[in-house]
Ligand binder design. Structure first.
Ligand code: ADP
Ligand code: 5GP
Length: 199
């Protein structure tokens, strides 16, 4: 049985990291896809845990060798998901959470049509501004403008979650993952064989 791909996108500050961390903490058989990026590590970020930090030359070589399932330029840096990262986890029946932007989500859906796409919305513009401000985000105005553009792409996604009450939003995301795990195509056919009457 293979694991599923769960793509989660959101405008910066909507609460995607908070939600995804809650899922990985509470569920078994689920892991983050660790992306490659040319951006510099932020304080506290760990190589191989937060990202694989590479230079542009290495990133471009990986593009040439078609090693990426998707890649995109986001805020002036290159980000990409390696096919190997996804396939290694899925082969081990582990569901994969991909925290990627809208451009990447579209490429994943084209390559893996069975991927589940979830968009996280903030409850309001004022609340988004407040959360970004509290988090001390850099380039506040730019992030807010980009948030508006990204939110217009919601209809491309299979599900939309409004992250107002955190508890409710976590429960919504869990429901999506549970439903995905209960799909008949993920059911083990050997279960039926065990019912074969022994005569
Ligand atoms: P993102 O990963 O989408 O940029 P974060 O998960 O870092 O967003 O959340 C941005 C800020 O908003 C953080 O300070 C986080 O604690 C806070 N936050 C997240 N969800 C909620 C919520 N439902 N209600 C209030 N604050 C929230
Ligand atoms: P940050 O630099 O703040 O970690 O991430 C910036 C943006 O890049 C976020 O919107 C995040 O979802 C997106 N991102 C991170 N990894 C990838 C990736 O592998 N592919 C794509 N397309 N976007 C990514």
């Amino acid at each position: 049985m293979k694991g599923s791909l769960i793509v989660v996108s959101a405008p910066s500050g909507a609460g995607k990291t908070t939600l995804c961390n809650a899922i990985v903490k509470d569920f078994d058989r689920i892991a983050f896809s660790v992306s490659y990026t040319t951006r510099r590590p932020r304080e506290g970020e760990i190589e191989g845990v937060d990202y694989y930090f590479v230079d542009e030359k290495r990133f471009r070589e990986m593009i040439q060798r078609e090693e990426f399932a998707e890649w995109a330029m986001v805020h002036g840096n290159l980000y990409g998901t390696a096919k190997k990262t996804l396939n290694d986890l899925m082969e081990r029946n582990i569901d994969v959470l991909l925290d990627i932007d809208v451009q990447g989500a579209k490429q994943i859906k084209a390559l893996y049509p069975e991927a589940v796409l979830v968009f996280i919305m903030p409850p309001s513009f004022e609340e988004l501004k407040e959360r970004l401000f509290r988090r001390g985000a850099e380039n506040l105005d730019l992030r807010l403008k980009r948030a508006f553009e990204e939110m217009r792409e919601y209809s491309f996604y299979d599900y939309v979650i409004i992250n107002d009450s955190l508890e409710k939003a976590i429960s919504d995301l869990k429901s999506i993952i549970i439903s995905e795990r209960l799909r008949s195509k993920r059911f083990d056919p050997e279960f039926i064989d065990r019912f074969y009457p022994i005569v």
